[in-house]
Design a protein around this ligand. Structure first.
Ligand SMILES: *Cc1c(COP(=O)(O)O)cnc(C)c1O
Length: 461
């Protein structure tokens, strides 16, 4: 039997075959990729697998690996899924001003902790406090890295070593194995569950209150709904109970709705300002859900609680970086006029886009697409989802493009779109690839058209 290892190309031979790649990539990177390819071929041969050992095949493999490494791991994706807050696609897209603020903060210096008027040290959190109190109506507010961190640091301030009472129906898992009870446990507070999955009454809370109780917490059920025979206790009733027993009431609102969306056919989610007005001592919400800002977690509430939270040594670990702070501040500015926020904040603009406008966009886009040979183009009514663990089962009517490519299955067509440049995420349904333009920026329409053309034209045969 011949020894397959004898035919293995030498490193020198392989590097000779890689002369073109060596002009494009640093020497050490090429060597490393060549070594990896040789090692993996050796491992294959040792395990009895047959593998091509020609120097050309191996060089081609190395070049493919080098090209793949050269593409940034994080790349822009055109979101044609119709899901506005798509967690896997980075949730809320920022307004141009917010994105630019983050960019400017990132590439230079700024008065992050400096009062320019006095030349003295300033407060990092102070840069967003006014914007956050304006939107929530709270006496004070601060922000940390995400709403999970906000929950932890709020409970440490309020209920460390004590009990916090939560309805069993609100102990949800938000996704990515993020479970509210686990996050609460990290804070050092003891969770006291009351009620059942579908029913929690005021008397359940009342019975659970003891000498060690520090807080009552309401958690937005987020991505989960209990339907049918259900009962929960309104925040106002919890606030009243809290007052009677001198307990802090915390509202984990999750999505952080800043403006009323009911005129647009969206459900009457409690506004963050309503939680404060109702009497919650603290309201917590994400910055990158409905608020439409960068990833962060907002805590708004009484001045003494916010001060206590900011003095927690954990604040140092949870505090926002300069780019996030800059983007958050710019996002909050858009809310100074709530009516214009509906038009300017991308998440709100997308959610409230009129159906007639979506139909018009879809129809003109369909005309352009019809010029691509081998592509079947339909326009149909469908639904877009809010997503993002905010208003999970809430959908709004939309109009979508329903595409089919000759000689390609719908899953292959979708895969080509996904792996193209730029990547395009649609939905596969009823043998078609559906593209919803709701979350496609107008500036991306040219690229989207080109991406579809390339996906169709590169089909086999
Ligand atoms: C989304 C959500 C969280 C987690 O927020 P992150 O910002 O992702 O950490 C916590 N609580 C509720 C109710 C949520 O909806």
């Amino acid at each position: 039997m011949s020894n397959p290892f004898r035919d293995l190309p030498s490193m020198t031979k392989l590097l000779d075959a890689l002369s073109a790649a060596r002009e494009r990539y640093p020497h050490a990177v090429v060597i490393e990729a060549a070594r990896t390819a040789l090692n993996s071929l050796r491992a294959k041969l040792s395990s009895g697998e047959s593998a091509p050992v020609s120097v050309e095949a191996l060089a081609a493999q190395v070049v493919a690996a080098l090209d793949a490494q050269a593409v940034p791991a994080l790349r822009p994706v055109i979101n044609a899924t119709g899901v506005v807050l798509h967690t896997n696609l980075g949730r809320a897209p920022l307004h141009e001003d917010a994105a630019r603020a983050a960019y400017e903060a990132g590439r230079g210096y700024l008065n992050l902790e400096l009062d320019l008027a006095t030349g003295k040290r300033g407060s990092r959190q102070g840069n967003v406090r006014a914007g956050l109190t304006a939107i929530t109506g709270a006496a004070s507010a601060t922000a940390v890295n995400n709403c999970a961190a906000a929950t932890v640091i709020a409970l440490r301030a309020v209920a460390s070593g004590k009990e916090v009472i939560v309805s069993r129906g609100q102990l949800v898992e938000i996704g990515g194995s993020f479970r509210i009870p686990d996050v609460m446990a990290v804070s050092g507070a003891t969770l006291r569950e009351v009620g059942t999955t579908n029913i929690t009454r005021l008397s359940d809370y009342e019975k659970a209150i003891g000498p060690n109780t520090a807080a009552l917490m309401r958690v937005h059920a987020s991505n989960y709904r209990v339907r049918g025979y259900t009962k929960s206790v309104e925040l106002a009733v919890l606030v009243e109970l809290g007052r009677k027993h001198n307990l802090v009431v915390i509202d984990d609102a999750g999505s952080g709705q800043g403006v009323d969306l009911t005129p647009f056919g969206l459900p009457g989610e409690p506004l963050v300002s309503a939680s404060i007005a109702t009497g919650a001592a603290l309201v917590l919400f994400s910055g990158d859900k409905l608020l439409g800002g960068p990833q962060c977690g907002v805590l708004a509430g009484t001045a003494d609680l916010i001060q206590k939270i900011e003095k927690d040594p954990l604040m140092r670990a949870f505090r926002l970086d300069k780019m996030t702070l800059a983007a958050l501040e710019a996002t909050l500015r858009l809310y100074r006029d709530p009516a214009s926020a509906l038009r300017t904040v991308p998440t709100l603009r997308m959610l409230t886009a009129p159906l007639a406008e979506l139909r018009r966009r879809c129809e003109s886009f369909a005309e352009w697409l019809r010029a691509i040979p081998g592509l079947t183009v339909g326009v149909r009514e469908d639904e877009s989802f809010v997503g993002g663990g905010s208003l999970p089962d809430v959908s709004v009517p939309t109009v979508v493009l329903a595409l089919g490519a000759d000689g390609l299955s719908e899953t292959d067509f979708a895969a080509r779109l996904r792996t193209g440049t730029p990547a395009v995420m649609g939905r596969v349904q009823d043998g078609r690839v559906l593209l919803d333009l709701r979350c496609v920026f107008e500036r991306q329409e040219g690229e989207l058209l080109e991406a579809v053309r390339v996906a169709v034209e590169s089909r086999p045969g």
